[in-house]
Design a protein around this ligand. Structure first.
Ligand code: SF4
Length: 310
C-alpha cells in the first residue's frame, strides 16, 4: 500500500491558538477551569483536557460564580458574554479571529439595516454564536432548497454571510441561488470560508484522483472534517471519518493500493501519525507526503492571557 499524506492537513491557526490558550490558562489558574462548549470539535483533544480536570459545559449556569471560563474557538453570542459577566466570571476569549470577523460583519450589516441570510449548519456552535449577534435580523439557510423557500418582504435590504467551515462548492451553489433570487444581495468583502477549510478541501480535491480510498482524521461533530469526507465521496472514492487509529478496519482496504490520508482542522498530528503507523504495520505501507499549498498563519493568544502573563 502507498499512503498519500495530504498537506495542508490538521491543526489550523485558530485551533492552535485555542488549544494553547487552554494550556496557558491551566498553567496560570489551575483547576477548576471551565470551557463553554468543546474547546475545538475533536474528541481526543477534549478527552485529554478532561483528564487534566478541565470541565466542558454547554450552559454558563453550570460555571460557579467567580470561576474562570474560556470561550471556545467557535465563538459565543453576546447573550453568553452578558451571562458570564452577570456571574462575575473571569472570561478568556479563545474565539478564532476568522469567526470574530464574521461576527463583526453581522453587526455591521445589522446596523446598516440589512436582513442577513446566514449560510450554515443549524445548531453548530459557530452558527449559534454568529446568529446571537443580531437574532432578529438573521435567517439561517442550509441549502439551495432553503433559499427557494425564503419569504422576504419586498424592499428588504439583504446581505449574506457564511459559516467559516463550509464546503466551498456547496456554499458557492447556495450563494448562486441567493444571487439568482435576490440580485441586489450584498455579501462580505472577503470570503467567510476560512483559509484552512479552503486549503484542506483543495488538497483533497487535488489528490483524491490518485487514491482508492480516503481516511479523514477528525470527529463526527467537526464541520470541516465532515466536509473533507463528503468531498472525497462526491469524487467517487470511499472515505472514512475516524477519531483514532483504533477505529481503522483492515477490511476497508481490500484491494486498495493507494490511500489518501488527511485530517480536519481540529485533529491533532499524533492521531495522524498513529494512523500511518497502523497502516504500515497492517499493509507494509509506504508514505508519500504531498504539499498542495503552504500555510504560514498564526494567531496571538487572547489579550486576557497575555496581560495576565506579564
Ligand atoms: S477552521 Fe478556520 S475558522 Fe475554524 S478555527 Fe480554524 S482557522 Fe479559525
Amino acid at each position: 500500500m502507498k499512503i498519500i499524506l495530504a498537506n495542508p492537513r490538521g491543526f489550523c491557526a485558530g485551533v492552535n491558538m485555542a488549544i494553547e490558550s487552554l494550556e496557558r490558562a491551566l498553567q496560570l489558574f489551575g483547576t477548576p477551569l471551565y470551557v463553554y462548549h468543546e474547546i475545538v470539535h475533536n474528541r481526543p483533544v477534549v478527552e485529554r483536557f478532561s483528564a487534566k480536570g478541565v470541565e466542558f459545559v454547554d450552559s454558563i449556569d453550570e460555571v460557579p460564580r467567580g470561576a474562570t471560563v474560556l470561550y471556545s474557538a467557535h465563538g459565543v453570542s453576546p447573550a453568553i458574554r452578558n451571562a458570564a459577566q452577570e456571574r462575575s466570571l473571569r472570561a478568556i476569549d479563545a474565539t478564532c479571529p476568522l469567526v470574530t470577523k464574521v461576527h463583526v460583519e453581522a453587526i455591521k450589516f445589522a446596523r446598516e439595516g440589512y436582513h442577513i441570510i446566514l449560510i450554515g449548519h443549524e445548531g453548530h456552535d459557530e452558527v449559534l454564536g454568529t446568529m446571537g449577534e443580531a437574532p432578529e435580523a438573521m435567517t439561517l439557510v442550509q441549502d439551495a432548497a432553503d433559499v427557494a423557500r425564503l419569504e422576504i418582504p419586498p424592499g428588504t435590504k439583504l446581505a449574506y454571510l457564511t459559516q467559516t467551515t463550509l464546503s466551498v462548492d456547496e456554499a458557492s451553489e447556495i450563494i448562486g441561488a441567493l444571487r439568482a433570487r435576490f440580485p441586489d444581495i450584498a455579501g462580505p468583502k472577503k470570503e467567510d470560508i476560512c483559509y484552512a477549510t479552503q486549503n484542506r478541501q483543495e488538497a483533497v480535491k487535488t489528490l483524491v484522483g490518485e487514491a482508492d480510498s480516503v481516511i479523514v482524521l477528525g470527529s463526527r461533530n467537526s464541520s470541516n472534517s465532515n466536509r473533507l469526507a463528503e468531498l472525497a465521496c462526491a469524487k467517487g472514492k470511499p472515505a472514512r471519518l475516524i477519531d483514532t487509529a483504533a477505529e481503522l478496519d483492515p477490511a476497508w482496504f481490500q484491494g486498495h493500493e493507494t490511500v489518501l490520508v488527511t485530517a480536519g482542522a481540529s485533529a491533532p498530528e499524533d492521531v495522524v501519525e498513529a494512523c500511518i503507523e497502523r497502516l504500515k504495520s497492517l499493509f507494509n505501507a509506504t508514505v508519500e507526503s504531498r504539499v498542495v499549498r503552504e500555510e504560514n498563519v498564526s494567531f496571538p493568544l487572547p489579550r486576557e492571557l497575555t496581560v495576565l502573563a506579564r
